[in-house]
Design a protein around this ligand. Structure first.
Ligand code: SAH
Length: 225
């Protein structure tokens, strides 16, 4: 039964991938990305009352006004990062921990920062319980990155920023890739792929119009509290 729902989800992701080829330039995602999606029990990452919807290809609320990303977007962002088993990567916006669970299977080490304390704590406990032991979660403002473990082969930002944080550009390894939604909250944002070449120069490409929850900073949080 569950296997059937996972297979259905994979078909939906493949279909969305074909439909967006004109934007993304890819008609299929890499096999290792699809396999990683297939292995993650998404029901563990969604609240109890939404478990029946776990394998729908849609974002879902996870509390604190935040969402677990749509599986197609998780697959796309993971694919764009070109993860390698020797890589160390950084995620900004752990949320439920779902994206981290998917990506962690394809890299050596994943550091992830989440600004909302309860989400950071839950994600850390859950990833640990499920055995994703190459992921480290910390609570904090991810716009500052996580300098202690830099530079990173890849950086994935799962909340929309109005501009690319300088700290993240600095913490990207030459030859590395960053995937980040850029734009204003409440509007369509652009999912961007940023590449840093070996001389330290950046190139960027718009990949797909997307809608992410906004990037927040500690000062915004303080005002909201
Ligand atoms: N990757 C998550 C998606 C979470 S939505 C998942 O798979 O479930 C984006 C997350 O980014 C939210 O949890 C939000 O609290 C967090 N976030 C927003 N601004 C942030 C910041 N400045 N630093 C770290 N996390 C941030």
């Amino acid at each position: 039964m569950k296997q059937h729902r996972i297979n259905e989800l994979l078909r939906h992701i493949e279909n969305d991938c074909r439909l967006t080829k004109g934007y993304t330039g890819r008609s299929v995602f890499k096999t290792n990305v699809m396999e990683a999606i297939a292995r993650v029990p998404r029901e563990e990452f969604v609240p109890d009352h939404l478990k029946a919807l776990s394998y729908q290809n849609s974002p879902l609320p996870i509390g604190e006004g935040q969402t677990i990303s749509q599986p197609f977007i998780v697959a796309l962002m993971t694919d764009l990062l070109c993860p390698d088993k020797s890589d160390t990567m950084l995620e900004v916006g752990a949320g439920s921990g779902y994206q981290a669970a998917v990506l962690s299977q394809l890299v050596k080490k994943l550091y992830t920062v989440e600004i909302v304390p309860s989400l950071a704590q839950n994600a850390a406990l859950l990833l640990n319980r499920l055995g994703y032991d190459n992921v480290v979660v910390k609570q904090g403002d991810g716009s500052l990155g996580w300098p202690e473990h830099a530079p990173y082969d890849g950086i994935i930002v799962t909340a929309a920023a109005t501009e690319i944080p300088e700290a993240l550009k600095l913490q990207l390894k030459p030859g590395g890739r960053m995937v980040i939604p850029v734009g204003y909250p409440g509007k369509t944002q652009n999912l961007m792929l940023i590449e840093k070449d070996h001389a330290g120069n950046f190139t960027s490409r718009n990949i797909l119009p997307v809608a992410f929850v906004p990037f927040v900073t500690d000062s915004v949080q303080a005002r909201a509290a």
